[in-house]
Design a binder for this molecule. Sequence first.
Ligand SMILES: [Zn+2]
Length: 213
Amino acid sequence: MAKTIEFSCDDGHPLDLKVARVMAGKGIKGIFYVPIVNLGDGREVLNPGEIRKLGRDFEIGCHGYSHKDLTRMSPKSAALDVKRGKEKLESILGRKVSSFCPPKGKYNRELLEIARELGFEEVRSARTFNVNPRGDSFLHHPNLHVFPHTLEKDIRDCLLNSDLQSAWVRLTLAGEGHLGLLKYLKRRLERVHIWFHAWELEKYGLWDFMEKL
Ligand SMILES: [Zn+2]
């Protein structure tokens, strides 16, 4: 069984505070990727006091300033958005923010370069299913999105990442929901990284999964 389960929770929604309470109670470590405003989706975000509260027990990562798709901006505008998001978080928290997750996990070569130049130590993608152990590369791929994606969506995600092994495993697990996939990953890997959105847990009634961790 996996020795470590770690999570990341995107979007800085006020329900992140509920996630933090449950995860802290279970002793599970994670990162909250927090934008400063959410112009991309128009969702509510945590205020600075709430971000500080979250940051007492958990790592806080940058999720851009505005939560807009950075791959649709010019490299210059994208760099400015990420820089402003990082600096604002650092001034709220009073410490360095070293992890970055681009909104919707969308990245390109320029964006990875920007993240390096801004001094981030790691970038997290938004893969939905990935059976590989985490290496020490700058760009890391989580193992599971806690959302019951269709088999087709997961396979497409694996193939877009040229990951035939994960695609094959996912095929053998056809019919499994996200809890079945999580069970498999816990058996296979020493360290499993799951990711989700708190608003999504609420919207789709997925809070139960945390009891299974
Ligand atoms: Zn997001």
